[in-house]
Design a protein around this ligand. Structure first.
Ligand SMILES: Nc1ncnc2c1ncn2[C@@H]1O[C@H](COP(=O)(O)OP(=O)(O)OP(=O)(O)O)[C@@H](O)[C@H]1O
Length: 482
């Protein structure tokens, strides 16, 4: 019964202890023992050393919040100079640590100088227990604030960097085809979970837009969306980019850098072009994903991270696994949900929507007023767009710049030789390509029909698109019995 009581008491004292680490540095072992006995009742970890040369290694191996530092280490020294020396070294090594200086020869001037040099407070030995506990408690509170500020500053720097690299502009993610409607529904459902998502699809199909859409639809949307193009990261910088580095970890590491994992903490991490990752780095990435922890290059403390992982590739990863280029275990970890973005040639229904959207965008950008001729829209729909939506957006931009009339000149943007002939249009669309006839009347009749269809029977709009007056348009309707 009493043993049980003791265990419980121990447990509850353990629970009440403040999280964190205090290091006591003094050459007098009696002082070390007395201070440790007092402080270990209140703090989870109390470390001691009688050798100030140990401080650097201690800071390197764990997160230390507060250091109680003696001012005089050599026998008979009373100037406090050594204390100042070690204080400056600590501040330079990790400015988030709060230092309390201790001396048996407390005088006001020494206290003032110590605080000017970066100490938080000054404790005269022998101390009053209450006073020491009060000073250490205040130092802990200060240390937590400093750590928070340091973290936020590094995150802001990293976020600004990431934002600058992303270029800032975000287009809407559009699609009315059944295939895209399925994609949108999967995104909505998957976004509600924290499942890892793999987005596949040819280049330019919108994988990055899909990743943004997932983040926006998720509970994490208030936090960061951080992306990294694995194809653009050199092997030597891979770990530093993902996990960060400590100042001095390698020649170019001039200051601490927060890695993408840490920046994405509580948000989403988007790893693009994952298929390009060499096998050795796949192993490193897998370990970080399994442990949900990262250690910055040159650091020794692991940092826990909470991220939703979204990966994208235009490679066939299962085939890459079969060929020994990609780790099966990594594929299992990243593809809990897989979303395939169909190429544009499989969803020609989306083309008018995308053309109109990018036409409006670039007309505004270049201060133009242009329309698409309905016949041209059909050609745009029949074109196979090997570069998918990216190619389409670039094509529209080029045409907006180069078009001389009020109609978008598509001859400048698509390679006519690449357009399929009408017989290859398997979707049975009303194909008005002129390659199957040279009869002008026939061509005119088809064109008028197509314009009317596009403008849903609106004669004025169709006439305008064809460059005809309303009267000329009606004469043709009459002539062709339309
Ligand atoms: N459904 C869509 N609606 C509107 N714009 C789109 C759509 N899909 C792609 N785009 C546009 O096409 C361009 C390429 O998209 P994105 O970068 O997302 O493609 P990706 O599949 O990630 O390409 P890559 O594999 O080459 O990185 C972007 O300008 C994007 O805004």
């Amino acid at each position: 019964m009493s043993e049980c009581g003791t265990l419980k008491e121990k447990q509850s004292t353990q629970d009440m202890k403040q999280e964190g680490t205090v290091l006591i540095v003094d050459d007098n072992t009696d002082i070390l023992i007395a201070a440790k006995l007092l402080l270990k009742k209140h703090y989870q970890q109390v470390l001691t050393t009688d050798n100030p040369f140990d401080i650097e290694a201690q800071i390197n191996t764990q997160q230390i919040d507060v250091i109680l530092l003696d001012m005089n280490f050599s026998q008979d020294a009373i100037s406090g100079k050594e204390g100042f020396y070690w204080l400056q070294k600590i501040v330079a090594q990790d400015p988030s640590i709060v230092v309390l200086l201790m001396t048996a020869y407390g005088d006001i001037q020494l206290a003032v100088d110590a605080i000017k040099a970066g100490a938080a407070d000054f404790i005269a030995k022998p101390w009053q227990n209450d006073q020491l506990l009060g000073a250490v408690a205040a130092a802990f509170a200060h240390a937590k604030d400093k750590q928070q500020v340091g973290k936020l500053t590094r995150q802001t720097q990293g976020l600004n960097q990431a934002l600058n690299q992303s270029g800032g502009h975000q287009f809407s993610f559009l699609g009315q085809s059944p295939a895209m409607q399925t994609v949108f529904r999967t995104i909505e459902r998957a976004a509600q979970t924290d499942a890892n998502i793999l987005i596949t699809g040819e280049s330019g199909t919108g994988k990055e837009l899909a990743a943004h859409a997932i983040h926006q639809a998720s509970m994490r949307h208030h936090n960061a969306f951080i992306s990294l193009d694995m194809g653009a990261v050199s092997e030597s910088l891979f770990e530093s980019e993902l996990f960060g580095h400590k100042k001095g970890a390698f020649t170019d590491a001039k200051s601490d850098k927060v890695g993408r994992f840490e920046l994405a903490h509580q948000g989403s991490l988007f790893l693009d072009e994952l298929g390009n990752l060499p096998l050795a780095q796949q192993a490193t990435l897998l370990a970080a994903l399994q442990n949900r922890q990262v250690t910055p290059v040159g650091g020794s403390k692991a940092i826990s991270v909470d991220i939703r992982l979204i990966c994208a590739t235009n490679d066939n990863l299962q085939q890459a696994v079969d060929e020994g280029r990609f780790r099966q275990d990594l594929l299992y970890r990243i593809n809990t949900i897989e979303i395939r973005l169909p190429p544009l040639r499989e969803r020609a229904e989306d083309i008018p929507l995308l053309v109109d959207y990018y036409l409006a965008h670039f007309c505004q950008k270049y201060k133009r007023q242009l329309e698409v001729n309905p016949m041209d829209m059909q050609s745009l729909q029949a074109y196979p767009w090997p570069g998918n939506v990216r190619e389409l957006a670039h094509a529209i931009e080029r045409a907006v710049i180069l078009s001389e009339s009020e109609y978008l000149d598509i001859s400048t943007v698509i390679n006519t030789a690449a357009r399929p002939s009408p017989s290859t249009d398997s979707k049975g669309r009303d194909n008005t390509q002129i390659t199957d006839t040279f009869n002008l009347e026939e061509i005119e009749q088809r064109t008028v029909r197509a314009a009317l269809k596009h403008y849903q029977g609106n004669v004025s709009s169709a006439a305008k698109a064809l460059g005809l007056t309303r009267g000329a348009m009606y004469r043709r309707l009459d002539k062709y019995n339309l």
